[in-house]
Write a protein that binds this ligand. Structure first.
Ligand SMILES: NC(=O)c1ccc[n+]([C@@H]2O[C@H](COP(=O)([O-])OP(=O)(O)OC[C@H]3O[C@@H](n4cnc5c(N)ncnc54)[C@H](OP(=O)(O)O)[C@@H]3O)[C@@H](O)[C@H]2O)c1
Length: 325
């Protein structure tokens, strides 16, 4: 099968195309023919080994010293189940699916295997494979952390980095949860974030949200370009700060001292959960949630797609397509 492989860390130029053996599913596994995948911030992080402060050595120990042990990147995918192991339940050959593999990656190839119980769900019928490929990473991350922060209807949430891969699903999900959303992004994406449901938008080039009076119940900090203290200052007492990127020092402090000045700091890594994907799929079926795609590249242009994804401000998911049914 054709695959895009990353054998050493670096810029998009380290990637190359290769012919790899097609994986064969175990008794409790499904073979999925991948029709679309994306280049998430997670793929870019692993490819470049650009880790938050203090995680350089840990990252290499976990992912591979000179290059990723899982040379085929691609955290999320959409495709069709081609074969099922004898004891694999829940999906059948021919089913259209989408899913996420997290650090196991593998979506940038024509085939991958998923085990029963992994984060995979049936594709919403009317949604394209390109759209379905872009559902899991941002949507799953946003849902995981908004639920961890126990966002309630009527609460006020500020999303810093509202126009990115995680921010755009976070805006939509927070609105669905009944919260009032303020989105922070560049001037270029203010209208897009408003259209997704934000009641108020802030252009980070014009206004510093950390100078606002304490008024939010939750700050979902995706961009993490401000200190924890400054983000805490806009929270009401009892408020929760979600920090999506945390260096080792910040991570340890948040674990040892999660509550500061009566406000809670939430850090960590989103879990990949099949029930979350089913929920997102249902929201798409109901017309209440949609993936936002910045650009679609054919698989043969996947290296150019990485270069495009590396540029900031693309607004939405960068999708690669492996072919049509
Ligand atoms: N902890 C976890 O489990 C987890 C899961 C997923 C992702 N992450 C991390 O979360 C981070 C963001 O992921 P992503 O996929 O959303 O990235 P992304 O698609 O690159 O989006 C970045 C966002 O940050 C915004 N931004 C850039 N500069 C800003 C500034 N000065 N002030 C406010 N916003 C600014 C961008 O806005 P404009 O485009 O409008 O400039 C965009 O909305 C990555 O570091 C990723 O590793 C963590």
């Amino acid at each position: 099968m054709a695959a895009l492989v990353c054998e050493r860390y670096g810029p998009p130029d380290v990637l190359k195309f290769a012919e790899l053996p097609r994986p064969s599913p175990g008794k409790e596994q499904f073979l999925v023919r991948v029709l679309a995948s994306t280049i998430t911030s997670g793929d870019r992080r692993v490819r470049s080994m650009d880790m938050p402060q203090g995680f350089g050595t840990l990252g290499r120990l976990a992912l591979g010293w000179h290059g990723p042990r899982q040379a085929v990147l691609g955290a999320e995918f959409a495709g069709v189940v081609e074969a099922a192991g004898a004891r694999a339940k829940g999906f059948a050959p021919g089913d259209a699916v989408f899913g996420i593999r997290g650090f196991r990656m593998g979506g940038h190839a024509e085939y991958l295997c998923m085990s029963a119980g992994d984060a995979m769900a049936h594709k919403p019928e009317h949604l394209s494979f390109e759209g379905a490929a872009a559902l899991s990473f941002g949507g799953g991350t946003a849902l995981f952390f908004l639920r961890r922060a126990a966002l309630l209807a009527g609460e006020k949430v500020l999303i810093n980095g509202a126009s990115g891969g995680v921010g755009m699903p976070a805006v939509q999900l927070a609105c669905i949860m009944g919260a009032e959303v303020t989105g922070v992004c560049s001037a270029a994406h203010l209208d897009q974030v408003r259209l997704l449901g934000a009641a108020r938008v802030i252009d980070y080039g014009q206004e510093d949200f950390t100078l606002l009076a304490p008024q939010f119940d939750v700050v979902f900090d995706v961009a993490c370009n401000q200190s924890v203290e400054r983000c805490l200052s806009v929270l009401k007492p009892g408020g929760r700060l979600i920090r999506l990127q945390a260096g080792l020092t910040e991570m340890c402090r948040a674990m040892l001292q999660p509550v500061r000045k009566g406000r809670r700091v939430i850090v960590g890594t989103a879990e990949e959960r099949p029930d979350h994907l089913e929920y997102l799929g249902d929201l798409v079926r109901q017309g209440r949630f949609r993936p936002v795609i910045a650009r679609v590249f054919p698989f043969e242009d996947a290296i150019a797609a990485h270069r495009y994804a590396d540029r900031s401000g693309h607004g939405g998911s960068v999708v690669i397509t492996m072919g049509a049914l």
